[in-house]
Design a protein around this ligand. Structure first.
Ligand code: MRU
Length: 347
């Protein structure tokens, strides 16, 4: 059976095709989305999620919006294109890949403003296709660079899901693990559940087990114990935005893992495509952190509500790992080491 890609464009039906990640691990269900509202909702509700995958989905979504604009005048076309872009950009605030991909599509429209609208639409399709292809090759390169940092037999801890469900095909933080597995390495992977949306339990555990990789699921509050007992030799996580000073924003709970890794002397690696590095954001304090509905903490996954009515809920979806806690940032162009303000500037 061919494995479906996490996010794809189906030209025949004019649809964005995604694996509905809210149904995993129970069901591998494909969704075909054609309406902008459905694409927006898919991103907001995490049917498609993970920084690179969100960017790719938005690029395809914007192409599909452009395709439906019927007019011959660029001014009118662009006004409608821009409002579709702004709408998709409002789905989630933290992953810079969403804005990066939409800006790339915007650039492709503006650069070709002098051409006929039909041609602009073809060029927008080509730009979306390029974003898809680049995502695949970028993740492969991250895998090569990341694999150079670990050894056969090591215990590796990962957080949230930065694997195939977070990108078109391979993912970022899991790419070195896949590559090593293909080359005969036997890693022992520890995946944290990742409360409250359980990306680690539902997605990372699923995709690693699907590949036959030795995987152990732990609750988020077991990290210290697992590290203390000597079972973890490296931490690999993904990232939603790297600031110019190397501060890295990722799924809530990541920064705590980094603090523990520092305490136990375990290297903490962040894997990020260059498109996730946001030089316009000086440091982690400047990153907008998404806050999500309290029901995700109190009700989701439970048969009955697991908190008293009336209690206040804080559901921050991301946190920032201070650059001082990060051993290296693995990109497709190579491994960046501190001081990150220099290595990122040179990159
Ligand atoms: O809320 P999510 O599931 O979209 O959060 C995803 C993460 O935090 C990932 O670790 C990050 O996007 C990197 S994916 C390669």
């Amino acid at each position: 059976m061919t494995v479906p890609e996490t996010v794809a464009l189906d030209d025949e039906t004019g649809a964005l095709v995604i694996i509905d990640q809210t149904k995993l691990p129970g069901e591998m269900k494909l969704l075909r989305l054609t309406k902008q509202e459905d694409i927006w909702r898919a991103i907001y509700t995490l049917q498609v999620r993970g920084a690179p995958a969100i960017g790719v989905a938005a690029a395809i979504g914007l192409y599909l919006a452009a395709k439906e604009i019927k007019c011959d005048d660029f001014g009118e076309f662009y006004a409608r294109f821009k409002s579709a872009k702004d709408y998709l950009a409002s789905a989630r605030p933290t992953a810079v890949n969403l804005f990066w991909a939409l800006d790339r599509m915007d650039g492709a429209a503006l650069e070709n403003a002098h051409k006929p609208i039909a041609e602009i639409k073809t060029l927008l399709r080509a730009e979306a296709a390029a974003i898809i292809e680049e995502d695949i090759s970028v993740c492969k390169s991250i895998g090569e660079h990341g694999l150079g940092l670990i050894k056969d037999g090591q215990g590796i801890l990962t957080y949230c899901n930065a694997g195939r469900f977070a990108a078109v095909k391979y993912g970022t933080a899991l790419a070195p693990i896949y590559l090593g597995h293909e080359r005969g390495y036997n890693f022992k992977i520890y995946t944290c559940e990742t409360r409250p949306l359980l990306q680690g339990a539902r997605l990372t555990a699923f995709e690693l087990c699907e590949k036959g990789i030795d995987t152990t699921l732990i609750c988020d509050n077991m990290v210290s114990q697992i590290m203390k007992s000597g079972r973890v030799q490296a931490v690999f996580t993904g990232c939603d935005r790297v600031a110019a000073n190397g501060d890295a924003c990722n799924k809530i709970g990541t920064s705590g893992v980094a603090v523990l890794a520092k305490h136990y002397g375990i290297p903490f690696y962040v894997c990020a495509p260059v498109s996730t590095i946001d030089k316009a954001t000086p440091n982690g304090d400047a990153i907008t952190i998404e806050e999500r509905p309290g029901e995700e903490v109190t009700d989701m996954w439970y048969k009955n509500r697991m908190a008293p009515e009336g209690v206040k809920i804080y559901n921050s979806a991301f946190d920032v790992t201070c650059h001082e806690l990060i051993t290296a940032i693995v990109t497709e162009r190579g491994v960046l080491y501190p001081p990150y303000s220099d290595s990122i500037r040179i990159l």
